[in-house]
Ligand binder design. Sequence first.
Ligand SMILES: [Fe+2]
Length: 465
Amino acid sequence: MSNLSTRLTILLVDDEAMILKTLQRLLVRHDWDIVIAESGAQALEIMAQRSIALLLTDQRMPEMSGLELLREVKASYPDTVRIVLTGYAEMDVVVKSINEGEVYRFLTKPWNNAELLKTVHEALQHYHEKMTRYSEITSQLELANLETVMALAEAIELKDHYTKGHCSRVRDYALRIAMALNLSDNLRRDLVYASILHDCGKIGVSESILNIDGPLNDEQYREVKRHPVLGFEMTSKIDYLRPASIIIRQHHERWDGTGYPDGIKADEISLGARIVAVADTFDAMTSSRPYRRALDFDVAVQELITNRGSQFDPEIVDLFVSLLDRSTPFSGELETPRRLLLVGALSEQISELANSLPATCYELISVATLAEARVLITSVDMVVCARHLEDGDVIDFLTACKHLNPQIIRIMLIARQDMAGMAETVNQAGLYAFMIYPLRPAEVHALVENAFEWQRMASVLHFVE
Ligand SMILES: [Fe+2]
């Protein structure tokens, strides 16, 4: 996506300095970045370092010809649009190169400035459209991937109740560290997947052992210790989870080499796993388990510091501790409640919702009409709207909400008997879900929590518009 928001770069290649200068002067007045190379080899060096939208190259150059360069670029950087500048004498070469798909257009020397500019504009437009399409397809694929990850995470929660909330907090801690380290988008995404799924191997561990309310004996502990390898085996078979599967396998390794399953140490452990190890342990220490109370925040921090260099990567611990400034809470410890706007809900539905959601986490605002709702839409996090209202079309309203407040989660409140044929409405208005009444408190709570969880995952992975 970064390709679309940044200025496009044009690479000019010619062995004659005068031609490069003239072309540069002509193009530099426009809103593009221009870089130059005096040979094919130099051009390839530049392309290895930065992304080039358009390559404009001379054909006749010593050592590597324009056509040879175009072939290399086509193979290694197929997205770069390629234009060749050539004399009439070389027309047969050009025709061949066009037929073989090496170039988008060709221009003849001496060129006409207006024609050259028009061609460059068209080429960049072509590039932009191609990148936009890629970006849309990538987003759709990543959304589908995310759905699978979330479904898997929910399956783990069903089996091991303790993981609920834990994985999201591990993800938030890990992301904080990743941002401070300025890790790439790809690494960040792998870290998000790995944080959410780090204990997915527990699906293969007996439920009776997972839910034991107390310390484990040796045999039970051996069984639990299988989960990193089981998790690795599950996730490494899925293409887009392969990098995350390494983190999952290594999240119980220790910096001093005494961890499991492989007993690797220090830099042999992937950076992602060293991050997840700190985040996972810190959250485990600061949250309550059935058989022990949560450690005090400062005690947990001290515990991390004590184990820096033995259990944990010392640099990650130092960074994490410096980030744990309690004045800026992590998302798991939201200070202000989420604001839910109920539109056209019946009084019993309002009280059912109020009973289902903890008041410390959610503030409910109820209005009767779409007109009243419109005024509030930019100041709430979620809208739950009845199917039919007298002052307007609910689908139109929910569709409009998305434009007024792109982050808002939209849910429609309907009766079970009205479910038939409603699936299309979800797509049409881009709804998150239906809330079906009569409402069941546990379901409502899970639906609302999952919706916010989904929103957060989507936003850290840059899917939210
Ligand atoms: Fe684990």
